[in-house]
Design a protein around this ligand. Structure first.
Ligand SMILES: CC(C)(COP(=O)(O)OP(=O)(O)OC[C@H]1O[C@@H](n2cnc3c(N)ncnc32)[C@H](O)[C@@H]1OP(=O)(O)O)[C@@H](O)C(=O)NCCC(=O)NCCS
Length: 174
C-alpha cells in the first residue's frame, strides 16, 4: 500500500520504527477511552499492534499508516481495518490522533486524503466507520465529512470485559 501525503502530513505503513511513539500515544487512557483496547502499558503491546498492522498490509486486506508531520513528529495513526473486494467494494476506516494535537485539524486534513485514496486508487464504492456511542468527536468528524449514521449495531463487539453497541457510519463514492 502506497504512502499518502498531504500539505502538512505524511502517512507511511506502521512499522517497528513507530514503536516508542505508538506506546506513548496508545498508553494514554483518554485517547483509548472509546477504542477497543486498554491503554498500552508496555512495549509488547505496541509490538502486537505493529505486528497486526504488518500482517494486515501483507495480506492486502487493509493497512494502518503512521501519521507524521513534516518535521517528523508522530501525530497519530489511520487506516483501513478491512478491505472487501468480492461481492462489493468497501473498506472500514479507523483513526486516532495524539491527544496534544486534538482539535488542531489533523483529521480535517488527513481524512479527505484517505477518502480520496479509498474512492480513487482503491476504487471503493463505500467507506464505513464504526464508532462507539458516546464518542462525540469521532461522530462529529464523520458527519462533517459526509458520513451518514446508518444503524446502531447492538452488542456488536466485545472488549474491556463487556459487549458494546457500535454506530455504523458510511459514505458512498462521489
Ligand atoms: C476523533 C479524533 C480522531 C478527531 O481528530 P482531530 O484531528 O482532533 O479532529 P480535527 O481537529 O481535524 O476536527 C475535524 C472535525 O471533527 C469534529 N471534531 C473533532 N473533535 C471534536 C470534538 N472534541 N467535539 C466535537 N467535534 C469534534 C469537528 O467537526 C471538527 O471540525 P471543526 O473544527 O471545523 O468543527 C480525535 O479526537 C481522537 O483521536 N480521539 C481518540 C481516538 C478515537 O476515538 N478515534 C476514533 C475511534 S472511532
Amino acid at each position: 500500500m502506497s504512502d499518502i501525503e498531504t500539505a502538512n502530513y505524511v502517512l507511511t505503513p506502521l512499522s517497528g520504527d513507530d514503536r516508542a511513539d505508538l506506546l506513548a500515544h496508545l498508553g494514554d487512557a483518554q485517547t483509548v477511552e472509546h477504542m477497543d483496547i486498554e491503554p498500552l502499558s508496555d512495549a509488547a503491546g505496541a509490538d502486537a499492534i505493529i505486528a497486526w498492522a504488518m500482517r494486515l498490509a501483507g495480506s492486502g486486506d487493509g493497512v494502518r499508516w503512521a501519521i507524521r508531520d513534516r518535521a517528523g513528529a508522530f501525530v497519530g495513526t489511520m487506516g483501513f481495518n478491512t478491505l472487501v473486494r468480492e461481492r462489493g467494494s468497501r473498506g472500514e476506516i479507523a483513526y486516532d490522533v495524539v491527544r496534544p494535537r486534538w482539535r488542531q485539524r489533523v483529521m480535517a486534513e488527513v481524512l479527505p486524503a484517505v477518502l480520496g485514496h479509498g474512492f480513487g486508487t482503491l476504487g471503493l464504492r463505500r467507506i464505513e466507520a464504526m464508532v462507539t456511542p458516546g464518542n462525540a468527536a469521532s461522530a462529529a468528524l464523520l458527519e462533517r465529512h459526509g458520513f451518514v449514521r446508518e444503524a446502531v449495531l447492538r452488542d456488536y463487539a466485545f472488549w474491556k470485559g463487556r459487549y458494546w453497541d457500535q454506530w455504523l457510519y458510511a459514505r458512498l463514492a462521489p
